[in-house]
Design a protein around this ligand. Sequence first.
Ligand code: PEP
Ligand code: MG
Length: 843
Amino acid sequence: MSDLHLTLAAFANGRVVPIEAVPDPVFAGRLLGDGVAIDPADGVLRAPCDGRVVLLHACQHACTLETAQGVRLLLHVGLDTVLLKGEGFVARVAEGERVRAGQALIEFDLAVLARRGKPALTMLVIENGDLHPVAWRAEARTVASGDPLLKLVAADAGTQAAAAVSDESAEGWAVVRHAGGLHARPSALLAHALKPHAAAVELHLGGKRANARSATAVMGLAVAENDEVRISASGPDAGDALEAAITALETVSAAAHAPAQPPATARVAVRSLAPGQLAGVVASPGLALGVGARFDHAIGEIRESGEGEVLERRALEAALHAVVGDIEAAVAEARRRGLTDQADIFSAHHALAEDPSLVAQADALIAAGKSAAFAWRTAAEAQCQALVATGNPLLAGRANDLRDIERQVLRKLAGDAAALPQLPPNAVLFADDLVPSDFAALERAHVAAIVTSQGGPTSHVAILARAQGIPALVAIGPQLAEVAAGSVVIVDADNGVLDSRPTPESLAATRAEIERRGAARAQALTQAGASAVTTDGVRIEVAANIANAADAREAVRLGAEAVGLLRTELLFLDRDTAPTEAEQRADYQAVVDALEGRSAIIRTLDVGADKSLAYLPMPAEENPALGLRGIRLCLAREALLVEQLRAILAVRPLSAVKIMLPMVSDLAEIAATREVLDRVAREMGVTERVELGVMIETPAAAVLADQLAQQADFFSVGTNDLTQYALCMDRVNPALAARLDGLHPAVLRLMAQAAEGAARHGKWLGVCGAMASDPLAVPLLIGLGVTELSASPAVIPEIKAVVRRIGLAECRAAAQAALQLSSAEAVRALVKQTWPWLAPAAA
Ligand code: PEP
Ligand code: MG
């Protein structure tokens, strides 16, 4: 066995129980360390490996072993068994004795434990697990003594020393493909990819190196997108670890995972400012009027000196554990609500809270006599400074995430005394900067708007504010401090202005405008359940784009008549392993159940390019958007497709389900999929014919729509991809974001061709790309022949309201005129001119 790897065997016959399932918070919370438990079938505790008994408890119910590599293992028989004072226990070894793996350490009488009401559940805890993390663990099952149970890294995986004693080493290079380089989320992804491996892995760039498992250390290297980094791995599985690191580094960030892009609306106010007005950058558009309230990150006073190493270390461990628990809950809640951006941000925080470099630095300070809070703040601040010092604005921005974790941990250490501020109703929150956890803890109902003196439109808070529709202005500057808390202010986050001294006239005008917007929204909401029929009697189906059953419920509430796109890949983003057929079926069934009789178009897995799944590593591709993605991938890995089709065909009632294929570019792909679908249906005894539609999102599919319509049952235009492929503008490139407009005449002409092809064979044409959620695009889409609009649930009432105010004849005329124009701007101007009432909604 290698020096770097230690296998621990089952220390009793019985059933393996994960440590977190032990009904004692000290063990379950890993306050003593990581480990595992066994519910023993008989009364013998055996050594899990060779070692020396360094401690035998006076009550003989527990002992500690130390291995040659310095791993300290606590073995503890039963819960609360110390109270038995030795009754029912016989030690078979003495303190100081060397033992071999499998040797009996303690014998205990299960009947005595049962009679005295003490559970016999027996725990193994790695006391110095921070130095020897678990690299592998056996599943919960019944084991016999001696069966492999855990594999530990038996030396600090990040150290030179580990590299020096390793028996295997490997080296390679990777070109970093993550948009924006190795910022928080890709660094967290890398750390996550290395978790199953024991080898020490380092990244090297420009004479600097970093432990690849430490997100903060990796961020400190300031690796930019397309930088080539060297990777060195040493340890028992160095080759595999190297491969995992290269795949993680070369995987292209998903769009939603890419560094936040400035929204198209982000701009600094250009109009001249009146006295009392301050210019800021729009992070989330909207208009608000409210009372200024200063946000205070109360974390109490921090003592420098500690109250003893053990106490302080335990306090820090408990705080970190609690923060990780909070983050996990926040991730789960965000996923449940379909807020994938929010979930991703919190997932990256998870990695920071477990960052080995940070924890090691704090530990060293604690060992030097500092308090846990002082040690943690010092370690985190040092890392923040290092990030800022890189000079890379994106990484400097991520220092904000680290500060977030810093504050969360400090708040836990300070206890509940560090409560969050009470906000007045309708608060306009003033802060230097906010971090996502501050945001999550706010009472949403009380927040009218957010204004910060620092920050930028790419910050995570900006993403969160946009997701929740809270107007936000950032980078106002130090003058924000001069605006008195308690004063009534106007936040015009459409034009980038904070008015700290509004006149009675502007207050009245703002109130009126907010009321008008609110009334329009309320009016649309009251009609949300009614169908959308044009003024000349043409019914347009307004459906929803969703990611899960929670979205489906929300969509129904907001008036969705069906689901026009279920992005199945989003159901399984936060997993390490592929979902089973049964899990997939349950998720699809939950969506159909939530729809209460409405139908759902389930799109087959659309991974590749900007969407990646942790459990489906993709080989690096030079141009992934033009690579093995969507239906191409599913046909190349048929087992994936078969499993998904089986899960879909098992949903009841099957009549509520339609299947749709992404990224189709020719007839052969539909034919091949239909063949697989028919075969799967035969095998399952399904006789009902399920509709099979295709997305029109490649120019090839639009141009060949008349051919595709011979076999496809329906079309839905994916305007996001169709626009990127028609204009040759990457949809994840922030520099092109403002020009990536689906109303470009080239895209409209492709849609016109698709509509013609569909009509020739009597097939219907829908739109499920973002254009269906843009009120300004709606008349043109209808004019081109679209009869189904699948939009974000939140905008469904508004989209229906737009449909009810337009007539097919004028839509057709405008669409024909638009096809002759030469730019997206000209098309937008035409729409605004034809339907002036649409202009404010789209501003
Ligand atoms: C599209 O491309 O417009 C679409 C709806 O698919 P996605 O955004 O999931 O690629
Ligand atoms: Mg697409």
